[in-house]
Design a protein around this ligand. Structure first.
Ligand code: GLY
Ligand code: MN
Ligand code: MN
Length: 435
């Protein structure tokens, strides 16, 4: 559990970054209707959560450095006995101050009234531009209100700054408490993948494996997956974001499961590929060993100072050489890499940052250069080979073999730690778990 003092530290750091003439305005995620009057399960906006730990909708965070009545102002829902009978308890303004360390808290309905005064005299507004249209309007309306008072000597902010630049740079570096939450999400995900492997048998349906995953997530306190689970068998292993999960699994199929739990809003993102029968065929084994070799080599290169793209270069080289060795590609290694001959088989990148969002925030390039790795960064390493029957010129024996292997890796002072290393991955580990 991340302590309230850690959220306070983040707010302080952000205020230092924006300077004492700035103001931060950040709305919570809206509730979204699914159909009729049924809403999607509520998930707080990750930036808002990162700065508040607050999980209710209809809230706005304001950070006003050096404001004498208090720097951290939260607008949130009022306590409402009628609503609370139906929907459960609300934090309210008292709770916002006492439990969430707000300096002041006001009813959400007072936001439009108070915002112009909060903005007046500030030089810059730091805000996630263009994401929440409804709130964009509220904010512009408040800015115009300040403008209308300018003859009285009150000036409106002169600059709008996209807050995500500074905030996402902070989110890229995980604290030990964040890493602990991510480890918990990953440990739950481990149980789920193992359970799905053990449950799997020919003639069951993809959604049955999804049910086993979800069961293990939920019984361990991860109420939701971090993204829609991908459970594809046979030809579906070659569809990168396959989520229909409704086909029958045949005896000779490979199954690709890309699924991760969300725990305290932190994501795990893990892929394992295994044979329905419990035993890899010769062709499946060859492709699997190749993807695994590329993944292990890429992970080995992870250390502070390594460039972000190093993993991708290693993977491309090993996969291309492997496809030559298997007779699937023909030509010289350098020539084939040059013309990206691997692309029909491996069409994505080596991975992405991981954190509150599964494709987490933070820049991959800084100015003109690819970023170098630093301790505290967490990302995925997820090479794959997907031999769809649609790729021309490939012998039929390779068709419908799709393999991805995805782990979650933390950069440490000395090198790296694979946070998901306990999840069965070698052929012998997978065959043993399924036996
Ligand atoms: N689960 C989405 C991804 O691996 O990026
Ligand atoms: Mn994934
Ligand atoms: Mn991923």
């Amino acid at each position: 559990m991340i302590k309230m003092s850690e959220y306070a530290k983040r707010r302080k750091e952000l205020m230092q970054k924006i300077g004492s003439n700035g103001i931060v305005i950040l709305p919570s995620a809206p509730e979204v209707f699914r159909n009729g009057d049924a809403v999607y399960a509520y998930r707080q906006n990750s930036d808002f959560y990162y700065l508040t730990g607050f999980e209710e909708p209809e809230a706005v965070l304001v950070l006003a450095p050096k404001r004498k009545e208090g720097e951290y102002i939260l607008f949130n829902r009022i306590r409402d006995r009628d609503r609370e009978i139906w929907d459960g308890p609300r934090v309210g303004q008292e709770g916002a101050v006492e439990d969430y360390l707000a300096d002041q808290a006001f009813p959400f309905s007072e936001l439009t009234l108070m915002l112009p005064d909060l903005l007046a005299g500030r030089e810059s507004i730091h805000y996630p531009l263009g994401i929440n249209r409804e709130f964009d309007k509220i904010l512009m309306h408040s800015v115009n209100k300040v403008r209308s008072k300018s003859r009285g000597g009150v000036h409106p902010p002169a600059a709008f700054v996209d807050i995500t630049t500074s905030l996402h740079e902070m989110r890229l570096f995980k604290s030990s408490a964040e890493i602990a939450s991510m480890q918990k999400a990953i440990d739950i995900t481990e149980k789920a993948h193992v359970r799905a492997m053990q449950f799997c048998k020919p003639n069951c349906y993809e959604y049955e494996l999804e049910a086993e995953l979800m069961y293990e997530f939920q019984r361990n306190g991860a109420r939701y997956p971090a993204y829609n689970p991908i459970v594809g068998a046979g030809r579906n292993t070659c569809i990168l974001h396959y989520v229909n999960n409704n086909q029958k699994i045949n005896e000779g199929d490979l199954i690709l499961i890309d699924a991760g739990a969300e725990y305290q809003n932190y994501a795990a993102d893990i892929t394992r590929t295994f044979p329905a029968s419990g035993h890899f065929t010769g062709e499946q084994r060859a492709i699997y060993e190749l993807v695994l070799a590329s993944q292990l080599a890429a992970i080995k290169s992870v250390k502070p100072g390594a460039v972000w793209t190093a993993a991708q270069s290693i993977i491309v080289k090993i996969i291309t050489q492997g496809l030559i060795d298997l007779g699937i590609l023909k030509g010289s290694l350098d020539g084939l890499i040059e013309k990206q001959a691997y692309f029909p088989f491996y069409m994505h990148r080596s991975g992405h940052w991981l954190g509150l969002d599964v494709h987490d925030v933070g820049r991959y390039r800084v100015e003109t250069k690819w970023r170098t790795l630093q301790p505290g960064m967490v990302f995925t390493v997820e090479p794959g080979i997907y031999i769809s029957a649609d790729i021309p010129g490939v012998s039929k024996r390779w068709h419908n073999i799709g393999v991805r292997i995805e782990d979650n890796v933390l950069v440490t002072d000395k090198g790296h730690e694979v946070l998901s290393q306990k999840i069965p991955k070698t052929i012998s580990e997978i065959e043993a778990v399924m036996a």
